[in-house]
Design a protein around this ligand. Structure first.
Ligand code: NAP
Length: 533
């Protein structure tokens, strides 16, 4: 079996600008590391937003660790054919960096990646970024009252740790009997093997989620036979994508307020979905629209029945596509709804006993979201990892998706219950970043060194959150989605209007936290410092 690693197009310009400054990650021979105010992990939308806003606030004392060879996070890794955003470009971008040059209303992956590279360069954060540097451990050293961030070539100590690794960064391969013994090519949509030629092959695609519905129409004309293995059909509505005209681009360049107005209109239009999501019965009208879309595009009653979801629309992410259904009606495509029972060396066998010979398997099977693998590498004062703490509690939990009781000076970006089903994650990221900045400012003005959310505040917050989520379409819509964890608890989504999250994070709320004033001793946190495991 061949499993390929993500193709990470290294931008020479980015790499050159990110050249090592010669100090990071090296100790001084006496066991001391460089100490920074803020260590950020990840250079996708979240990490870059934090870095840029720090810089804008006059704080230069930070470093960004990025395991990939370029900035861009999910938009660097997901290079599959047809990859594009399903949130309009004017909204899926930083509020402080509008882009008048978007070529389409829904941007393709490459353009978003270029936008992130360009924004990072223009805001002067590239010299702070250490590319190709995976963080191996993040430990709070209690004696020193700092975070110790380890990388293969050393690391730093930091007053604040800001993990911004994103929720969709660890591809999930299906656990199907025999899959490890498959002898053809096998790769995940987020690790597309561009060197592998699919022409004329018999190809199996497992999964019919947001990624598959984008790449399947792209590969269908080239492959010999395409077996699409569908476990649950998605609800799909038309994609209202169009090229942006030169006149529009000129207008946005000359009059940025016009682009801001379009952005605001898109934002408030999408907030209407939140109204629908909070009560499943409110989704009846959009569901009729989706059903009409299916009926218009698929005339065969058998196929139509296979593609009709049995849960309320919105329970899983609503997908947008104009070419998914037509592609499934092509003569070389078969939609398989029987459960896969086994993968053999060169074939896939379904529960009804049918064996289909395949050359390549492409897994559009999503990501590790509710198990947050990075949590195993973040260790608090007692040595327990965030993963352990959340396992003991049965679920991931944070306060405002950002701070966690028992983990001082830790600010998660895109943490628990900050995901959205209806609008731009960039909006949530910017809300969190402004909250974190305000917290740092508050600590400085109060001459405090550490901040930790009160456990009772976190408990009350999560209790309230789960109460609101209980009646939403995600919890009560009759489906099983990645929004819910193994215990059926929704630890992924913010329950409703995103502006309410913005409201909650507008100002740091010191009364929810314990602040301490004992001085930090970064020099005590070198490789020899006492760290509990
Ligand atoms: P996904 O939406 O989670 O879809 C995964 C698919 O794989 C589902 O159809 C799932 O079936 C199926 N699956 C998973 N494990 C399986 C197994 N063992 N056997 C058979 N089928 C299996 O994953 P994704 O398409 O990678 O998208 C993930 C998220 O990324 C999206 O929800 C979205 O938030 C984001 N995304 C966004 C964009 C964008 O345009 N902004 C584009 C792509 C992705 P079930 O439904 O039955 O679980």
């Amino acid at each position: 079996m061949t499993v390929t690693e993500p193709a990470t197009p290294l931008s020479a310009a980015t790499a050159a600008a990110c050249a090592d400054d010669g100090r990071l990650g090296e100790d001084d021979g006496g066991g001391r590391r460089r100490h920074v105010k803020v260590a950020i992990v990840g250079a996708g939308f979240a990490g870059l937003a934090m870095a840029i806003r720090l810089k804008q606030a006059g704080i230069d004392d930070f470093v960004v660790f990025e395991r990939g060879d370029d900035v861009g996070g999910t938009w660097r890794d997901n290079t599959y054919p047809g990859a594009a955003c399903d949130v309009p470009s004017h909204l899926y971008s930083f509020s402080f960096a509008p882009n008048p040059r978007w070529s389409r209303s829904f941007s393709p992956q490459r353009e978003i990646l270029d936008y992130l590279r360009d924004t990072a360069r223009r805001h002067g954060v590239l010299p702070h970024i250490r590319l190709g540097t995976p963080v191996t451990a993040m430990r709070w050293v209690d004696d020193a009252r700092v975070w110790r961030v380890d990388t293969p070539d050393g690391g730093v100590t930091a007053q604040f740790l800001v993990p911004g690794m994103g929720a969709l960064s660890e591809p999930k391969l299906p656990d199907i009997p025999g899959i490890d013994g498959f002898e053809g090519a096998l790769f995940h949509s987020a690790a597309w093997d561009h060197d592998h030629d699919l022409a004329g092959e018999s190809v199996a695609v497992i999964g019919t989620g947001a990624s598959s519905i984008q790449f399947v129409p792209e590969i269908q004309p080239h492959v010999g036979r395409l077996h699409v293995f569908q476990r649950t059909p998605p609800w799909i509505i038309p994609r209202t994508d169009r090229p942006l005209t030169c006149a529009e681009q000129r207008l946005f360049r000359a009059l940025p307020a016009a682009q801001r107005a379009v952005r605001a209109a898109i934002y408030w239009g999408r907030e209407l979905y939140a109204w629908g999501f909070t009560k499943p019965q409110r989704m009846r009208a959009p569901q009729r629209l989706a059903r009409a879309h299916l009926e218009r595009q698929v005339t065969d009653p058998g196929l139509r029945a296979q593609l009709t979801p049995s849960y309320t629309m919105g329970c899983k992410r609503i997908l947008i596509s104009n070419d998914w259904y037509p592609t499934l009606t092509r003569p070389n495509v078969e939609v398989v709804t029987d459960r896969i029972s086994e993968v053999r060396r060169r074939s896939i066998v379904t529960a009804d006993g049918t064996e289909r010979p395949v050359d390549t398997i492409i897994c559009g099977t999503g990501f590790h979201v509710t198990d947050f693998p990075a949590g195993d590498h973040i260790h608090g004062p007692g040595g327990a990892s965030l993963g352990d703490v959340w396992n003991d509690r049965g679920s991931m939990e944070a306060y405002l998706g950002t701070t966690v009781a028992g983990f001082p000076n830790l600010f998660l970006l895109v943490g628990p219950n900050t995901g959205l089903g209806h609008t731009s994650m960039v909006f949530m990221i910017e809300s969190q970043v402004s909250y974190v900045l305000d917290a740092m400012r508050h600590l400085d003005s109060a001459r405090a060194t550490t901040v930790e959310v009160r456990p009772e505040v976190q408990d009350a917050y999560n209790c309230d959150l789960q109460r609101h989520l209980a009646t939403t379409v995600w919890n009560a819509g009759g489906c099983r989605s990645w929004y819910l964890d193994a215990n059926g608890r929704n630890t992924s989504l913010w329950p409703g209007y995103s502006w309410r999250f913005r409201q909650r994070t507008r100002r740091f709320d010191p009364w929810s936290y314990v602040l301490r004033h004992e001085p930090a001793h970064p020099e005590a946190a070198g490789p020899g410092a006492r760290v509990l495991d």
